[in-house]
Design a protein around this ligand. Structure first.
Ligand SMILES: Cc1cc2nc3c(=O)[nH]c(=O)nc-3n(C[C@H](O)[C@H](O)[C@H](O)COP(=O)(O)O)c2cc1C
Ligand code: SF4
Ligand code: SF4
Length: 251
């Protein structure tokens, strides 16, 4: 039996939730980071995976879907985890379920949890917090109970299956400023190879998915988006992103 904590977490919020769920649910698990290329993996019926992705525009990031296609489920059980930045997750969980079922997984439970918004950090700041941790631990207990039952029922998620809302990305493409030392870390860490490794000042905006990983890894705080544009976005989104949004469990 093998257990995996599989996650796409450019700025670490999704991984915080994934680690709480996997830590409580799985023993002896291995991490699999979808921000990097992953090797082909063939699982078996006894295996259990927690598969975690952030919601981008209410969808699963396309690169995460592409990398999940390297894993063949063969009936392995999947616990789905969608992490959202205090707005909504819309079709993220149904798209993740459809993707994993196509890969041969058996989906048994799903979580939608809040983490700090990776583009607009003034929203859901500090989440998941201590209260979230307690709730996610209780979710894990209920999922474990389901996994240990003699007969496991399949997960039925309401919402769109097969056709999903359209998300065309954002215009927020972080550039390096004069503090950049050219160390190349952002280019190495970019999940989609959008930054030129020989010259980190050069960005392929068509490839960039605005995940903000380069901003969070830069040791010189030299990368960022246009401040005026970000302020406009924050003002526009404030009514949708404010307040305390809940974590949800689907069994
Ligand atoms: C490009 C982009 C799109 C996003 N779209 C949504 C969204 O539709 N709804 C939402 O609640 N949060 C949205 N977020 C916030 C992220 O889902 C949330 O911050 C998540 O924790 C980021 O994962 P990470 O910390 O693992 O990188 C978006 C973030 C980015 C960068
Ligand atoms: S990580 Fe920061 S300092 Fe290093 S190349 Fe990228 S922007 Fe420049
Ligand atoms: S260049 Fe774009 S895709 Fe690459 S890490 Fe930065 S924000 Fe993410």
């Amino acid at each position: 039996m093998a257990n995996y904590n599989i996650y796409f977490s450019p700025t670490g919020g999704t991984k915080k939730v994934a680690d709480i769920l996997s830590g409580n649910l799985l023993c002896d698990f291995a991490d699999m980071d979808l921000c990097k290329e992953i090797p082909t993996l063939s699982l078996s019926e006894d295996d259990v995976c927690v598969v975690s992705v952030p919601s981008y525009g209410g969808r699963v990031p396309a690169i995460a879907i592409e990398r999940l296609q390297n894993i063949i489920g063969n009936g392995a059980k999947a616990v789905l985890n969608c992490v959202y930045g205090n707005r909504e997750w819309e079709d993220t969980l149904t798209e993740l379920q459809d993707t994993l079922e196509k890969q041969g997984f058996r989906c048994v439970a799903a979580v939608a949890a809040v983490a700090e918004h990776s583009l607009l950090r003034q929203f859901a700041t500090g989440r998941p917090d201590a209260e979230d941790k307690i709730q996610l631990t209780e979710f894990s207990r209920q999922i474990r109970e389901k996994l240990d039952a003699d007969e496991i029922t399949d997960l039925h998620l309401a919402g769109n299956h097969g056709t999903y809302k359209v998300f065309n990305g954002t215009p927020f493409k972080p550039m390096a400023n004069d503090s950049c030392t050219g160390c190349g870390l952002c280019a190495k860490e970019c999940p989609v190879g959008a930054i030129d490794a020989d010259n980190p000042l050069v960005l392929d905006a068509g490839k960039c998915i605005s995940c903000m990983r380069c901003v969070s890894v830069c040791p010189k705080q030299a990368r960022g988006c246009d401040a005026a544009l970000m302020a406009m976005l924050a003002e526009k989104m404030a009514p949708l992103l404010s307040g305390h949004k809940e974590n949800h469990l689907f069994l």
